[in-house]
Ligand binder design. Structure first.
Ligand SMILES: [Zn+2]
Length: 222
């Protein structure tokens, strides 16, 4: 029986630690996002993660770019697959030479300024706020090649992921404040439930009936 109680306690402990860790990670990511947000008014930055794969008579590329500019984060992704008949095998070989590594990633400062979405997107309240979603897909079937193409653009203002990322740290901060408040009441010899002065009745609160744990109400400074 005590084994399962220990297990439950261990799970609770892990849960609390996991929550703390997530809150801290979340907070760090938010700090990074704030830096990116502030920088976005001076420089245009682009992060990219690409994946290339050539196999048999075809290849596939998958590219994700994240732009940060003027308070807007823009993610644009592109996926393309091509297949060729044997006589066009050189196209696949070229692709292999161009992308010797499967994974590529990078960060560049750029002067690409046309992602001011209020102008490039359709005019609406959403685009003015920095939200924008656009996607396209196409297929081409021909004698000399088959091709699938898909692309999307997702834009959102920095404050959007920042707000979502602050939920956990805010919850953690609130419970930390609450604990601090309770500990302070206990230290001052006050009831932890209602704040009533317990110096005259250290065992039980006469106001709300809360029993005081041994050792807590006793620390009274005259
Ligand atoms: Zn009380």
């Amino acid at each position: 029986m005590s084994g399962s109680v220990n297990l439950i306690n261990a799970a609770r402990w892990l849960g609390r630690r996991g929550f703390d860790l997530s809150a801290i990670l979340s907070l760090l990511l938010c700090l990074g996002m704030i830096v990116l947000w502030v920088r976005s008014y001076w420089v245009v930055e682009r992060f990219e993660l690409n994946h290339y794969e050539a196999a048999g008579n075809g290849y596939r590329s998958n590219e994700i770019h994240v732009w940060s500019s003027s308070g807007v984060l823009m993610i644009d992704g592109k996926q393309q697959s091509d297949w060729f008949p044997p006589k066009h095998q050189f196209m696949v070989d070229d692709f292999r030479r161009q992308h010797p590594r499967r994974w590529e990633y990078g960060w560049v400062r750029t002067d690409f300024t046309s992602i001011r979405l209020g102008q490039s997107g359709p005019p609406s309240v959403w685009t003015r706020l920095g939200f924008w979603l656009w996607r396209t897909a196409s297929q081409a079937r021909g004698r000399d090649s088959n091709s699938d193409y898909g692309a999307y653009v997702l834009a959102l203002p920095h404050w959007c992921p920042l707000g979502m990322g602050m939920i956990l740290p805010a919850l953690r901060g609130r419970s930390w404040l609450k604990q601090w408040h309770l500990r302070r009441r206990a230290r001052r010899g006050l009831c932890i439930t209602c704040g009533y002065d317990l110096r005259a009745t250290p065992a039980r609160c006469p106001e709300c009936g809360t029993a005081v744990p041994v050792g807590q109400g006793a620390r009274v400074t005259p």
